[in-house]
Design a protein around this ligand. Sequence first.
Ligand code: NAP
Length: 335
Amino acid sequence: SIKRIMLAAQYSENSEDLSVIQVQQVEKPAAQPGHIVVKVHTAAINPIDPLVAKGFAKNVLGWTMPLPFTMGYDFAGVVDSVHEGDTGFTVGERVFGVNWGTGCHNDAGTPAGGAFAEYILIPASKVSKLPDAISFDQGAAVALVGTTAYQVLFNAAKLTAGQKILILGGSTSVGQIAIQLAKERGAWVATTASTRNLSYVSQFGADLVVDYRTQQWDELPELKDLDVVFDSVGEKDAFSRTTQKGVVKKDGAYVTITGADAGFDPAGHPPLHFASLFCLTNSAAVQDALVAKLASGALQITIDETFPFTTEGVHNLIKKIEAGTSTGKNLLKIV
Ligand SMILES: NC(=O)c1ccc[n+]([C@@H]2O[C@H](COP(=O)([O-])OP(=O)(O)OC[C@H]3O[C@@H](n4cnc5c(N)ncnc54)[C@H](OP(=O)(O)O)[C@@H]3O)[C@@H](O)[C@H]2O)c1
């Protein structure tokens, strides 16, 4: 049979030197049972991408890490091919999703990632339809960070209307979605941001925005006995500051997505009903909910910068995310 080729941003070894990542010709994937192939129009980067490239998933988390590995979890594009007999998607349909793999990087028998490529092979269960009104850029941007924000608030913290939440890091991509989802749910929302980002963060509707460069959030009288503290930046000592200064109420929730300071057992700090690191899990249902909110205007997602699909473009995209100063998502434009 004729092997078809495509371009993909791959590395063959986990290395601190990310110049090993190259856009190169590889074999185009074919649809498999339960998996579809999507022609990628836009992909998005996350801080985890360069960490995984440097060996974090394999060496720190102990996950299986298929090599060579094609980078990128978030994508939006058009269905290129489906496996004979499978239903749910048709060729030409607009779709988006995140090819994350919790606990390993080859769940479902195929590698996670793969979005920084002309075509991605992905379990159909991880894919959602993208309405015509939503751009490929927005679809790629919202998948990973939107799923994370949604699951932190509603699965981990179980945030309900009328509750009070502090979101550390209101200008992170996850944080700015969390502010909007929490406000829409009817919560009172406080958040932190640097001086330069105060007005940027205010647009998302937080009730209180604290400048973390000039104010200590754990010293503010307004921030006591809250129902939920959500750390989206990995602030030093955030968990001990939260509990020791009474920022969260005794049976409230503390959720971090970046630090190990609360450990890994949500029930490990009673009477807090949740206190742990939280990691997203793939959910097409959550993606569907997010895209419905984008379509209705209840949710907005900011694009910071867009990069071309070349080796240099990928290297610059990685430098941008590693700088940690983004306001919004950084995208790789493939079509
Ligand atoms: N566990 C999970 O499932 C999961 C999922 C998604 C993301 N994450 C992690 O969550 C973190 C956020 O990801 P992201 O993609 O949302 O990040 P991002 O968009 O790259 O966040 C960058 C923003 O963080 C702000 N920031 C940095 N330090 C801060 C601080 N101390 N307080 C408040 N804001 C601060 C920066 O502005 P200033 O420097 O001007 O403040 C910048 O606006 C990353 O560590 C990522 O790896 C985890």
